[in-house]
Design a protein around this ligand. Structure first.
Ligand SMILES: Cc1cc2nc3c(=O)[nH]c(=O)nc-3n(C[C@H](O)[C@H](O)[C@H](O)COP(=O)(O)OP(=O)(O)OC[C@H]3O[C@@H](n4cnc5c(N)ncnc54)[C@H](O)[C@@H]3O)c2cc1C
Length: 263
């Protein structure tokens, strides 16, 4: 499962472990009951004793349904426990599931990503092999939209100056020149026998690199909460949104609760 992002980047789900069911089963370790099932069970609801109605409800109550089984009369399924776990921010059961991704992104994105200390990383080393010879050139829309005032100081332009299309194009041409020059200096260093770990000093944070990142579901949700927020940098948000979709494919119930209840 791989999705292309930005001009040369991608994110790929390599591996995931655990499941919504396993999270519930883990939470039940204390009572040794395990995972019981989704949806209404065959047993009568503990609260309404199978009647489906709210016990002792006033006759004019708008919704006289039992609040536990929502009127089915049956003991609700394990989605109730999963909901409770997320709502109460129980973290441990969600640490029993996780996922590993491969990401190709500009170094500027990795600088932000690596601040997340609860993930483990393995990155291609420019001490051994050259980094992918590709650089990030934002679109003119990204530049122009980004220069509009949004109230987010980190994302805005200096002094609130709005970037015109011709300025965006001119700057992109300069940036492309810089990338080319940076690559020339890098290659010149390699040709002249400069150690690879020093030759890379010419690289800019627009250069793409590649890494693997892994952590448990609890910490991915924390990461998503910070990096899909509107205040996060557009580029890392693009990766975070795709990561969220990939997690939703593997942990649909947990991720639906994440959307409902927040991180
Ligand atoms: C919109 C945005 C703007 C930002 N701007 C800046 C900026 O201008 N400058 C800057 O330097 N950074 C900035 N950051 C980075 C930010 O300060 C955090 O470093 C980053 O988001 C990682 O968050 P975290 O520490 O919660 O995550 P993680 O490192 O993944 O940690 C997850 C949680 O584990 C716990 N934890 C992990 N390690 C420790 C520890 N050693 N001690 C105690 N608890 C720990 C904490 O509860 C933490 O919240 C920004 C982040 C965002 C999202």
């Amino acid at each position: 499962m791989r999705t292309e992002i930005l001009d040369h980047g991608y994110i790929e789900l390599l591996e995931s472990w655990g499941s919504d069911e396993f999270i519930v089963e883990t939470a039940r370790t204390s009572t040794a009951k395990g995972f019981l099932g989704w949806g209404p069970t065959e047993k009568d609801c503990n609260l309404c004793q199978g009647s489906g109605s709210f016990m002792g409800a006033a006759p004019d109550r708008e919704d006289p349904k039992c609040s536990a089984c929502k009127g089915t009369g049956k003991q609700p399924g394990d989605e109730k426990l999963l909901h409770f776990l997320r709502q109460q921010r129980h973290s441990t059961p969600f640490e029993f599931a996780g996922a590993a991704f491969e990401i190709q992104a500009p170094l500027a994105v990795f600088r932000e990503w690596h601040r997340h200390r609860t993930q483990s990383y393995a990155e291609v080393s420019a001490r051994y092999v050259p980094l992918p010879d590709v650089h990030y050139l934002p679109t003119t829309d990204r530049i122009i939209e980004g220069s509009k005032p949004t109230g987010n100081r980190q994302a805005s332009s200096v002094g609130g100056v709005q970037c015109a299309l011709e300025d965006a194009l001119a700057w992109l041409a300069e940036l492309a020149d810089l990338y080319e020059h940076s690559e020339r200096v890098y290659q010149s260093g390699l040709r002249r026998g400069v150690p690879k770990e020093l030759a890379r000093l010419s690289m800019t944070v627009g250069r793409y690199s590649k890494m693997r990142a892994t952590t448990d579901l609890h910490n991915w949700l924390h990461f998503l909460g910070l990096r899909t927020a509107p205040g996060a940098m557009y580029e890392i948000r693009a990766y975070a949104h795709e990561l969220q979709k990939m997690l939703a494919a593997r942990f649909p119930r947990t991720m639906a609760l994440y959307e409902e209840l927040g991180r």
